[in-house]
Design a binder for this molecule. Sequence first.
Ligand code: GDP
Ligand code: ZN
Length: 354
Amino acid sequence: MNFDAGRKALDLDEPSSAASGAAVTARIVAEARGGYVIEAAEQEYPAGLSGRFRHQAAGKSERPVVGDEVEVELSGTTAVIHACRPRRTVLARRAAGGGEIPQVIAANIDRVFVTMGLDGDFNLRRLERFLVGARRGGAEAVVLLNKSDLVAPAELERRRQAAAAVTAGVPVYVVTTRTETGLDPVRALLLPEQLVCFIGSSGVGKSSIINGLLGDDVIRHQAVRENDQRGRHTTTCRQMYRLPSGTLVIDTPGMREFGLWAQTGAVDDLFPEIRTLADECFFRDCSHQHEPRCAVRRALEDGVLSAERYASFMKLHRESRVIAAKVDLTDKLMLKKQEKALHRQYRRYPHRRF
Ligand code: GDP
Ligand code: ZN
């Protein structure tokens, strides 16, 4: 993504006015393989984990990510991260290779814009998958159907309705970045100080939409610099942008595939009509596959429930059941460790407010 043109960049090399050794609460605004950039009191600092925290956060899901609120110690122009505060929401996916620990992509996100193209990319099953993943972590979801300029009006309306029928009430917006048509209602959703992100397959227009929303008057958070923090070469994975509305946007490249990290409940939420049908099944724990008097299969045979929707539900359910037990466990562990780390901070800096 290229947000460079004519934008004001905060310079990490600027001398800081903050006193050395001060402990403050900060937010992670950029993340790279080599470290972080945090923002505290409207100043940015390159930051790394303290040795102790690095050791504690050895499990991937406990390492701070963009959006995390962290306790840091400022020393001159840099910062050391000592602890991560409990997260309000997470955006997580199954790590490549399907490990046991979810890969947390970002934290404390208020709204996720699930973006899909109305052109050849249009795929309801993929939309369902992204929606389950997006909502599972507690953030609100919105669907953006982009590239409306590429589809004839009748087909566009057909696709919009088809999408709206599978989102369980999550609002669907039709947009195009070619003419900016439809972007105003999306802008109205961008509230000051809220943290939002855009997910969806590569090429659906996430960058174009963000660029359209950014306008020219934006503060671009500086990328993490490699090695001595001075080199030109950047290796930033994720970073945050402030929109003119004051909304913070997390740029999440690499969201091409969305390995599901969800509990079965998150899947059920997206398929309310199946949940209602399931209440009528003879067996309470009906798997809707081969049991007698299964209301879901009956609806399928009667054509009330579409075969695609049923197959999608079964597939997402199967995936989420496999990891359900692990999710519960890791979530609890994650929270506990974060709380412990915070308490250690209280003890270390008893006079500070955290
Ligand atoms: P990303 O990978 O999701 O960030 O997608 P990009 O923003 O890089 O866009 C992928 C391609 O789609 C680019 O060539 C864009 O110019 C094009 N694109 C984005 N939005 C629209 C749109 O509304 N209509 C059309 N026709 N093309 C678009
Ligand atoms: Zn059943």
